[in-house]
Ligand binder design. Structure first.
Ligand code: MRU
Length: 360
């Protein structure tokens, strides 16, 4: 297919939604508050460590790449308030990084971003052991902005690779993997966006994604905004849509992909993959390379976040279950590699079993 050459893959000319930014004066993390969508678009400006950590924990900012971007800019912003002596600065920077790392365990992008910033500081100290704190802040700022820019570049490029694979027709997606979940454009939803921009006739089936409704609140909001045809469905309707032949492919994102291609993503993704296998429908995972964790042999080693029982018991502000009923609330599941047709990255589209070699 030659159509991919028409896609804009330049992050410097990207004009779409950027939900995670550094404020123009460079002193605050700016976030589009995803808890308020789709009711209203509220932008928050945060500069305190605890506020930034809580924003990640409460899904004010969410989606693996966006979490990484928020942590990167967040750590830089926090560094502005740290002591001016190098030893104290470094000790407090480590503590701040540890607090941010403690927010959400599954999205590996969080740890990649924090490691990139810490490594950049270490590299500066190796070259200049007496480096002033001002210089170290400069390094943090440049590394954080580079992380965000690289994420956008990856999304635009994987969008182009994925668009060449996506068939016309019904496309099922789960959770939100759009601009909101990244630095912009999106991963799985970025592929949908890129394919639509190229003229592929699509109709997106949006799983509402219980318990926190990232599909109905966020994905549907993005698709309606872009004018991409879509239908919102409850999670338990996906099987019926597949059985009726209304879905030609499924595409989802990932929070962490192990070396063997097993992929952790929003709870319910595994169910979609099993259904697709049963119906002979291709099931794609789209993610930037920062989501691939080659240090883990398989998905069994991916830490899965368990969230508050009240996210399941309470819906729309009202109790929908006995207040004391025991609840399980794993936020993610692992889709085994054998159910995945292809993993779409900025480096190209891989069969799950090819990841390890591609990563060398
Ligand atoms: C491009 S986002 C990929 C994943 O992070 C996404 O599918 C997902 O599962 C997000 O979960 P969330 O709990 O909303 O952060």
């Amino acid at each position: 297919m030659t159509i991919t050459t028409k896609l804009d893959t330049n992050p410097d000319t990207y004009a779409g939604l950027r939900p995670v930014q550094l404020r123009e004066d460079g002193r605050a993390l700016v976030l589009l508050d995803q808890r308020q969508l789709p009711r209203e678009s509220v932008w928050l400006e945060l500069d305190a460590l605890e506020d930034i950590a809580v924003a990640i924990e409460t899904l004010t900012v969410r989606g693996a790449p966006a979490i990484g971007c928020a942590a990167a800019i967040g750590l830089y912003v926090v560094s502005l308030g740290l002591p001016e002596t190098q030893a104290e600065f470094l000790a407090e920077l480590e503590a701040a990084s540890a607090r941010l790392a403690d927010t959400r365990p599954t999205a590996v992008n969080l740890f990649v971003a924090l490691d990139q910033l810490r490594a950049a500081v270490q590299e500066q100290l190796r070259r200049e052991p007496e480096a002033e704190v001002a210089k170290l802040r400069e390094v943090l700022r440049a590394t954080a902005l580079d992380h965000v820019r690289e994420d956008l570049r990856a999304c635009l490029e994987l969008g182009a690779h994925g668009a060449a694979k996506l068939p016309a027709g019904g496309i099922l997606t789960h959770c939100n993997t759009g601009a909101l979940a990244t630095s912009g454009h999106g991963t799985a939803l970025g592929v949908v966006r890129s394919a639509w921009a190229l003229g592929t006739k699509l109709h997106v089936f949006v799983d509402e994604t219980r318990p926190l409704l990232q599909g109905s609140r966020l994905t549907a909001w993005e698709l309606v905004h872009d004018g991409i045809p879509c239908s919102l469905i409850c999670d338990n309707m996906a099987g019926a849509m597949l059985a009726r032949g209304e879905i030609q492919a499924a595409i989802v994102g990932a929070d962490r992909i192990a070396r063997n291609g097993d992929a952790a993503n929003k709870i319910g993704t595994y169910t979609v993959a099993v259904l697709c296998k049963h119906h002979g429908v291709p099931f794609y995972v789209a993610a930037p390379w920062t989501t691939i964790d080659l240090s883990l042999a398989s998905g069994a080693a991916i830490p899965i976040e368990e969230r508050s029982p009240d996210e399941v018991r309470v819906h729309g502000g009202a109790l929908r279950a006995p207040a004391t009923v025991p609840v399980r609330n794993p936020a993610f599941d692992v889709t085994p590699a054998e159910l995945i047709t292809g993993i779409i990255t900025e480096r190209g589209v891989f069969e799950p079993g090819q990841l390890a070699r591609a990563g060398r």
